[in-house]
Design a protein around this ligand. Structure first.
Ligand code: BGC
Length: 372
């Protein structure tokens, strides 16, 4: 009787173990061994309030479709829970890979753990996803260099550097104010660091002054890259530090949307005429800002060719779904606090009214009518 009982228990244990192992090996089956022809790829973008993300989503989705993949493209309205639930939905629908431009790089750990359980490959798109081991690859622009370019164009606009980037002596001092991007976007820190490293010698020498005294990232950062918040901060600074007639000569702005808010504050509260505005920088070469540049209002922007970025992300997804190693060109820079994510970095270009035609129109990124 006792032996029978023991044997019975043994059989149960065996059955459970076999079941568990069976499940386990199925779950661990690599997507590389599966046939991913026509697989579903989830594309999660942060917002439609900025043209660049609309172009990014469209480029990525169209290119994947051309390769025979199915796509699910979602925009999360800059709302973190929306982005998380959209990604969960993609997993439920059976996506085999995800391309994600995170709103807040630290909020996707749980949903990416689920992705990992389902053997779904994850590509971080433009913005690094922080704090998760389940990010396979990253494609972006060289974000530190973007910051260097923003500051360089500010210095060129002020006449402190010549067209070849050489220091021009005997100019200044100039008054500038500094803006940074969203503190939860990993890129914002890279842009700021690149810009501040470039401005530092001029700030140290007193050639550049910041009358508001706000020179720290936390003071300059604009949560979620919101134009009205940047406008309000610019208005407050103008009132507090410039009302006695001090002239503002330049503004470091890390994104065209913010530049629009800043220029509104300059013309309203600041009383600057549109034709004699301080030098204002930007990023993304959005149509409205390119128009502003050609009209002599905003001074510069940074062109990040979203066609190239989209193509790179698609190449990465196609490779991982075929069980191949995607090409990367950086394995050091992007530590997400859990691991260094292998990345492919692209080059960006400073745009002013002198080269916008060559870079944006001759390259087919925009038509002349788009920016008229
Ligand atoms: C992107 C920038 C963009 C900003 C605001 C950043 O993560 O790299 O190109 O200007 O987000 O959308």
């Amino acid at each position: 009787m006792r032996i029978k009982k023991l044997l019975g228990a043994f059989a149960v244990v065996l059955a459970i173990t076999a079941g568990a192992t069976g499940c386990g090996s199925r779950a661990a089956g690599s997507p590389a061994s599966a046939d991913n022809t026509g697989a579903l790829v989830g594309i999660s973008m942060p917002t439609q309030t900025s043209e660049r993300w609309i172009a990014d989503g469209k480029n990525v989705s169209e290119s994947l479709t051309k390769l025979g993949y199915k796509t699910d493209l979602q925009y999360a309205n800059d709302d973190i829970p929306t982005q998380v639930s959209q990604i969960e939905n993609m997993l439920t629908k059976g996506a085999k890979a995800l391309i994600i431009a995170a709103i807040d790089g630290t909020t996707l750990t749980d949903v990416l753990a689920k992705a990992k359980e389902q053997n779904v490959k994850v590509i971080a798109y433009d913005r690094l996803i922080n704090g998760s081991p389940n990010v396979d690859y990253y494609t972006t622009f060289d974000n530190y260099t973007v910051g260097v370019q923003q500051a360089t164009s500010l210095l060129t606009g002020l006449g402190l550097l010549d067209a070849n980037g050489k220091k021009v002596d005997g100019k200044g001092p100039f008054n500038v104010e500094l803006f940074a991007g969203s503190p939860d976007d990993n890129n914002a820190n890279f842009f700021w660091t690149g810009a501040m490293d470039t401005l530092k010698p001029f700030l140290d020498a007193g050639t550049l002054k910041v009358p508001s005294g706000q020179t720290k990232f936390e003071q300059a950062a604009i949560l979620r890259w919101q134009a009205p918040v940047a406008q309000k901060r610019m208005e407050d600074i103008l009132t507090a530090a410039y009302s006695s007639g001090t002239k503002l000569n330049g503004v470091l702005s890390p994104y065209d949307g913010l530049s629009i808010g800043i220029i509104s504050a300059l013309t309203s509260t600041g009383g600057y005429a549109k034709g004699s505005l301080p030098i204002v920088t930007g990023q993304d070469a959005e149509k409205g800002s390119v128009k502003s540049i050609t009209a002599g209002e905003q001074y510069s922007t940074i062109f990040k060719d979203t066609r190239q970025l989209g193509a790179q992300a698609v190449k990465m997804v196609d490779a991982v779904l075929k069980g191949q190693q995607p090409e990367v060109n950086d394995t050091k820079t992007y530590n997400n606090k859990v691991k260094v994510v292998p990345a492919y970095l692209l080059k960006s270009v400073i745009i002013t009214k002198d080269n916008y035609k060559k870079e944006l129109i001759d390259s087919g990124y925009y038509t002349a009518a788009d920016v008229k």
